[in-house]
Design a protein around this ligand. Sequence first.
Ligand SMILES: Cc1cc2nc3c(=O)[nH]c(=O)nc-3n(C[C@H](O)[C@H](O)[C@H](O)COP(=O)(O)OP(=O)(O)OC[C@H]3O[C@@H](n4cnc5c(N)ncnc54)[C@H](O)[C@@H]3O)c2cc1C
Length: 470
Amino acid sequence: MSTGVVDAGLIDELTGIVGTAHVLEDPEMTAGYSIDWTRRFAGTTPLVIRPSDTAETAAVMSVLATAGVPVVPQGGNTGLVGGSVPLAGEAVLSMRRLNECEPVDELASQVTLGAGVTLAGAQAHVASSGLSVGVDLAARDSATIGGMVATNAGGINVLRYGAMRAQVVGIEAVLADGTVVSHLAGLEKDNTGYDFGSLLAGSEGTLGVITRVRLRLHPTQPERATALLAFETAADAVSAAAALRRSVASLHALEAVFERAMTLVSRHLGVAPPVGSLGGDSHRGPDGGGAWLIAEAAARTDPSDELGAAVEELADLVVDAAVALDPTSRQRLWAFRENVTEAISAAGIPHKLDVTLPAARLAEFVDGVPDVIRTADPDAQPLLFGHLGDGNVHVNVLGPDGVEPSEEVDDAVLRYVAELGGSISAEHGIGTAKLSQLHLNRSEAELAAFGAIKRALDPAGLLNPNVLLP
Ligand SMILES: Cc1cc2nc3c(=O)[nH]c(=O)nc-3n(C[C@H](O)[C@H](O)[C@H](O)COP(=O)(O)OP(=O)(O)OC[C@H]3O[C@@H](n4cnc5c(N)ncnc54)[C@H](O)[C@@H]3O)c2cc1C
């Protein structure tokens, strides 16, 4: 990797583009940009540059390319795989000032947003048009639209609208040498060659710096019904999830929390779940086999009858169910899912392994992975939850007293996932955390093609050089 030289001449050039207030060198000022949300990944940087628009971003990239300085693009810094922070002394390009929201195009149900607009900002901006952003996730107050495209973020509504890549109808980005590529017309049908939006979705800052995104929007579904369902076993929860997907046309989210994670989040919230029992039956084994599903239906008219009827049909599988209709009661149920990540973070520094399994192997994985983890590290504590409707399980692992578990845990879990035919990254990406395991899912031929694309767009290897590609 080129390291380039950060000297007074380079700083002068950069301050000439973005202003002195937006080139940070003082370690106290750059510290927050150098450590990730989990606190697991921390590095240092000689400088943070904060452009305000595409032209400034292009000029900055051109100057960095000439100087040979590698750079990590950064949005809200909520990424969970160590891809958003400078772990090898790179410069940081913070995109948060690109926060312009253009007027909603109601005729097309689309909007063009700056890469630094937060998801919550985007949601608020489009709400008065009766439209919604298709992707939603708990980090919405900080995660940016550019970062969400760069990671192809998923979240809680993928089963209805798809992940971030499916929302992108236009993109503008700056390549490593400062060239601007812009294709923002947002035509629904446009077969005029390669699709930069698709290519940059999931590229994790390695192919280009996203500056503006045109998003497809969806009609808001204001009427909601939410059910919290308790199950004795993971297999019952998986069967119920499949049945709900088949029978509830307005199904909007289908999330799971497994027993250890439910015990932790309940302690964190200071309240037991309203249905199901914790740490109960000894036949559930040391991890407890209990599972909880949150199923939410959303429609233009009240979907509670549709959801209620579907839940009744699950009588053989469900131990107990609570249904909520008003926002406060629904939020009370959602708290057991939305606060899991925070509860785990409060308990220590976890290893976060975000994986997808084929539906037929999902229950086997949930039941089998605790043993795989303990074989790799007898002191490790597995905590499982996730987007069950998409086959996506977040396997979080804590060491004793909140310290990190051994690195062997990651390898053992990801090998087990690959053995069962799953993906080692469902939605968080590869970052630096899973670099050494990418070969489990991608053939040599695929990795060679990835390398060829990278070299074509970034021949000097300056854009996030330690991320995604081994
Ligand atoms: C509490 C919590 C809940 C979460 N829930 C989910 C979830 O349900 N689903 C999910 O998918 N993720 C989830 N995440 C992870 C995270 O929020 C997403 O990965 C999000 O998309 C990252 O956006 P960001 O702006 O914070 O990007 P960052 O963390 O800043 O960066 C992430 C990656 O994108 C690159 N990048 C950032 N901005 C740009 C840009 N403008 N151009 C090019 N590259 C760029 C970075 O280099 C890095 O590789 C969660 C995180 C937290 C903390």
